[in-house]
Design a protein around this ligand. Structure first.
Ligand SMILES: CC(C)(COP(=O)(O)OP(=O)(O)OC[C@H]1O[C@@H](n2cnc3c(N)ncnc32)[C@H](O)[C@@H]1OP(=O)(O)O)[C@@H](O)C(=O)NCCC(=O)NCCS
Length: 395
């Protein structure tokens, strides 16, 4: 067996990217050269989306143009609403969003009867990316409302992306401090190099499949609790523990059972996730706004006890889970919020992959049974010829 296996592709550089850089040595994450903390503190999410797609922050005019397209595509179309309503009311919202993106792709690529054309031009794919980014908040907001038996709320044209997202979910205008915390979370979640879902999107794009198919695959990868599903899982942990005084006993039991503690650890960052301090500051603002010191106490106690015992630090999902909970989002809605943000990074990567494409197709080392044969089978000439072909040629 080949010895040079990188299980989980850990430590492998699969390609180059100009979209973001994660540097765990100095605990830094930059989008197109800008530290994510600076972007979170100063930019609306729409401007960060523009940056990821185009490589530069927008001018006022460019931002206004992007916002105009975003506003024009925010409302839930009747076809999408019907599709959501056709799904069981207790279906997981990740499945709802994944299914809706599939429908949007089918509508958008209808009439294209040559698979080579579905890949789209760079301009078409930028346009698809903006419309998808604009359409998802209504899907996620309505998903949460439907689970509560509430009616759809139409978007408000006078509100920007973050404020309108909260409006469509809760039907009331959010406090500016809450809008700011939500906007920061969107910026922090927008992009993170070759994480599992982005890499999935790039693998699909590398076959020259269309952008929607790549996003659907990425959503599937994001759902898992080792990736995006962790923010939802963090809240389950908080609920299980109950309050700060139970942390020690809960951890004793969880670690004895060799449980992975959700919201801690990272494949790339080993000394702390560069996004956590910014999101923790946003969480602190929300704790003060909603007067919930108990949340901060549980957060701090679990963090300090777990770090003291295992030396493993929180990742972004640790502060974002309780932050979204305080804002009023259902636990089930947390990972869909991650989709709304990360769709910008995914689509930027899909376009980058297609601009300089190589089919992503690694090798596998075989460790199954030795060659064997069907009793009584007599190979014919074609089989004999096939055996002389290169091993990996028949995908
Ligand atoms: C994110 C994650 C998958 C990274 O995993 P990885 O780079 O493959 O590292 P491993 O899972 O091999 O972990 C290395 C060691 O740390 C331990 N570890 C890592 N994260 C842990 C956690 N959250 N809780 C308990 N132990 C953890 C592993 O058990 C392993 O210990 P071992 O060497 O004694 O077996 C992992 O840290 C994890 O499962 N975290 C919880 C889920 C989560 O928060 N995901 C969101 C990521 S942004």
């Amino acid at each position: 067996m080949t010895t040079d296996i990188k299980k989980g592709l850990a430590g492998v550089f699969a390609d180059v990217t100009a979209i973001s850089k994660v540097d765990p040595e100095i605990n830094s994450l930059v989008y197109r050269g800008y530290p994510v903390q600076e972007l979170a503190a100063t930019q609306p999410f729409e401007a960060v989306a523009y940056l990821l797609w185009n490589g530069e922050l927008p001018t006022d005019e460019q931002l206004a143009e992007l916002r105009a397209i975003e506003h024009a595509n925010r409302a839930l179309s009747p076809a999408v609403k019907d599709l959501i309503d056709a799904m069981p009311v207790d279906s997981h919202p990740m499945d709802e969003v994944r299914t809706v993106v599939s429908l949007l792709g089918a509508i958008d690529t209808a009439g294209i009867d040559n698979v080579l054309d579905a890949v789209g031009t760079p301009a078409e794919n930028l346009d698809r990316s903006i419309r998808l980014f604009a359409a998802l908040p209504a899907v996620i907001a309505y998903g949460q409302r439907r689970r509560h038996g509430d009616e759809l709320i139409e978007p408000r044209d006078d509100l920007d992306y973050a404020a309108n997202f909260l409006w469509m979910t809760f039907g009331e205008e959010a406090d500016p401090a809450v809008v700011d915390a939500f906007n920061r979370s969107m910026v922090l979640y927008a992009e993170h190099s070759f994480n599992a879902s982005t890499f999935t999107a790039r693998v699909i794009a590398s076959t020259l499949s269309d952008l929607y198919s790549a996003v659907v695959g990425a959503i599937g990868a994001l759902k898992g609790p080792l990736h995006g599903g962790a923010n939802e899982a963090v809240l389950h942990v908080f609920t299980e523990i109950g309050s700060a005084e139970n942390v020690g006993a809960w951890l004793d039991e969880a670690l004895a059972a060799k449980r992975k503690i959700m919201g801690f650890g990272h494949r790339v960052y080993k000394r702390g996730d560069s996004r956590v301090p910014t999101m923790k500051a946003a969480l602190d603002t929300l704790v003060a706004h909603y007067d919930r010191p108990d949340v901060a106490e549980l957060y701090d106690t679990l963090e300090s006890e777990f770090v003291a015992r295992k030396g493993i630090y929180p990742n972004l999902d640790y502060p974002s889970g309780p932050a979204y909970s305080l804002m009023g989002f259902d636990t089930l809605t947390f990972t869909p919020l991650f989709i709304a943000a990360r769709v910008t990074g995914w689509t930027a990567h899909i376009m980058e992959q297609q601009a300089s494409n190589a089919l992503i197709r690694p090798l596998s080392a075989y460790d199954g049974p030795d060659e064997r044969h069907i009793d009584g089978y007599v190979p014919d000439a074609a089989d004999v010829e096939a055996l002389q072909r290169p091993e990996e040629a028949a995908d």
